[in-house]
Design a protein around this ligand. Structure first.
Ligand code: HGY
Ligand code: MN
Ligand code: MN
Length: 593
């Protein structure tokens, strides 16, 4: 197939333009017809977004007609061999043309149920997020998961999948392969093969601080930095950060610092944190392959601990670089009673060297971080990249309500000192208070009756609090109200409680100069700017305490879900993120030349 070029489609007549894009949107040339007037397109992604915009602006009936123009998976069109060439190729590669009788029956039933529920066929980009094709098990699992969704969500999700199908068909037409996105995507896949025991056996990804899986990840990242990317210096530091340095033309030049974390939450996703390490690694790999040196040093850090899962301490990795590692953390114990100190010694880390990790901020230009959005915004507006304006401030507590365990059968309801119902009352208050102010969130993420029994009134109940807002004032007002309510609940019920603050991170506005560099990079790609706050916390908010910072967000699939194995990104979006980072480096090189 002769590959298309931007010049060709920009110079073509409207009719030629539609013909050149034939098959991009199944049986729906109207999409290209309506987009033709937006030429010239500055980039392939600019074209892709323009086509998606046309669909977004079309009425619901037109959108449903577009969905209905697509064939069912392993459906009638496949059986009657009337699929388009593109759909035949796509469904064939996914193995849908050679289902077993059971698989076929299951998919037929799902098609029937889905159509009956939504009035249009189930659409899934079966070539998948990496473009190599989903397998039948993944397809059926997605089908079964989505058939229960809300109709409005499924209409939008089908359209998002249609845009992804169109994106890969356009890549074929233009002979475009998102090489750098594939590299990062595959690295993340390989890194995800390391998981803590008890989770790995279930195919779940959990990498907590200094476990064997965590140290395997560190070794893997260090190896790739050294052997694949050409970093000049690579080391695993005294808290387990993986630090790679790619020197500038002047080895003493100030450095740009970047990175993110490689630890995960329990049963988490493959890209939270890791994407922000692997993207700049790919940039260094390209610089090294080109034999190119920047007029500044480039330091990429895989932070060892951000999530606070094994120990209560959070931002431990980035905190060590800003001089905020609290040596008292060393005595914190994990669920098995192992102290952080013991875990560090076991991992061969040199505790005495921790204070030396603090960076001299005067030797750095600033800190930038790319990260998956971990939310639905970019996914809903069909944008690959977003500009972070600030990172919400957060405060976290762990607590325990203490009452009196007693016999569930003989303790009258008005004589109980039930710790769990008190915690439940608090949780409902937290939900209500958190919903009272825009951009404020409050969560009880952990709720546990230790050693509870089915026939015992809970005498103890442990809980956690996570409160975040765009300003410290809103965050603190909410925390004050929740603590006051906890006091009231316990007084009224004759209980008492313990509450420990385990983390407090100030709201971190992006440094304007660095935010503008991200903005110019995104615009250079031919993308519109979308500015947004970060509801999630990131290492950048810790680095904010020492130097100017700004972040770039990347879209997630599955409504941007995160801290969940459904976390997913595409190779194309990842490629755009790497190219945005490369552009930021080029901007800086021009400024400092
Ligand atoms: O919880 C957070 O916001 C981050 O993922 N640690
Ligand atoms: Mn996270
Ligand atoms: Mn993260």
């Amino acid at each position: 197939m002769a590959t298309l070029t931007l010049e060709q489609i920009n110079a073509a007549t409207a009719r030629e333009f539609v013909a050149l894009l034939d098959g991009t949107y199944e049986h729906s040339p109207w999409v290209a017809e309506r987009a033709a007037a937006q030429r010239p397109f500055a980039s392939l992604v600019h074209l892709k977004l323009a086509l998606a915009q046309v669909v977004r602006e079309a009425g619901r009936d037109t959108q449903v007609a577009l969905i209905r123009a697509h064939p069912e998976l392993a459906g009638k069109a496949m059986l009657s061999k009337t699929l388009t060439a593109e759909s035949t190729h796509e469904q064939g590669k996914a193995g849908l043309t050679d289902c077993t009788a059971d698989e076929f029956a299951k998919i037929q039933q799902l098609n029937t149920d889905y159509n009956a529920r939504f009035g249009f066929p189930f659409i899934l980009a079966v070539r998948g997020p990496r473009g190599l094709g989903l397998n039948k098990a993944e397809i059926v699992a997605t089908f079964e998961r989505r058939v229960g969704n809300h109709p409005d969500f499924e209409l939008a999700e089908c359209l998002r999948n249609i845009h992804r199908i169109a994106e890969m068909r356009l890549n074929d037409k233009f002979g475009h392969t998102p090489e750098l996105g594939n590299l990062v995507w595959d690295w993340a896949e390989r890194l995800a093969s390391n998981s803590d025991p008890g989770y790995a056996e279930r195919g779940e990804l959990t990498v907590t601080y200094l476990t064997d899986a965590h140290r395997a990840c560190a070794q893997r990242l260090a190896h790739w930095m050294r052997a694949d990317c050409g970093f000049d210096e690579v080391e695993i530091d005294a808290v387990g950060n993986v630090v790679g340095v790619y020197h500038g033309s002047d080895r003493n030049a100030k450095r740009l610092l970047t990175g993110s974390h490689y630890d995960t939450v329990r049963n988490g996703g493959k890209y939270d944190g890791r994407q922000g390490i692997l993207v700049p690694m790919a940039c260094v790999r390209e610089l090294h392959r080109q034999g190119r040196r920047l007029p500044f040093g480039f330091e990429v850090v895989g932070f060892a601990e951000e999530e606070g899962q094994r120990y209560k301490a959070v931002f431990l990795g980035s905190g060590a670089l800003t001089g905020h590692f609290d040596m008292r953390w060393l005595e914190q114990k994990d669920a098995d009673g192992i102290t952080m100190r013991e875990a560090m010694v076991h991992a061969g880390l040199c505790i005495d060297d921790i204070p030396k990790l603090q960076r001299d901020a005067s030797k750095y230009l600033g800190f930038v971080e790319t990260h998956i959005e971990q939310g639905p915004v970019l996914n809903e507006i069909d944008l690959p990249l977003g500009i972070v304006t600030s990172i919400n401030g957060s405060v976290r507590y762990v607590g325990e309500i203490v009452g009196m365990a007693s016999h569930a059968g003989t303790t009258p309801m008005d004589r109980r000192r039930d710790a769990a119902t008190a915690a439940a009352e608090l949780a409902l208050f937290v939900e209500k208070r958190g919903g009272a102010v825009p951009h404020l969130v409050a969560t009880v993420g952990m709720l546990e009756v230790p050693n509870g029994s089915i026939n015992v009134v809970p005498g103890r109940c442990k809980f956690s609090l996570d409160i975040r807002a765009t300003t410290n004032e809103v965050r603190d007002a909410c925390a004050d109200d929740i603590r006051a309510e906890l006091q009231r609940i316990c007084e009224r019920r004759g209980l008492h409680f313990k509450l420990e603050e385990t983390m407090r991170a100030a709201a971190a506005p992006s440094a304007p100069a660095w935010q503008q560099r991200w903005e110019r990079a995104v615009q250079t790609l031919g993308l519109p700017l979308y500015r947004m706050p970060s509801g999630a916390g990131h290492d950048a908010m810790k680095m904010h305490e020492a130097m100017p910072q700004a972040m770039l967000f990347m879209r997630g699939l599955n409504a941007g879900i995160s801290h969940n194995p459904l976390e997913s990104i595409t190779n194309d979006d990842t490629d755009l993120c790497v190219r945005a980072f490369q552009n930021l480096l080029d901007q800086l090189a021009t400024e400092l030349a």
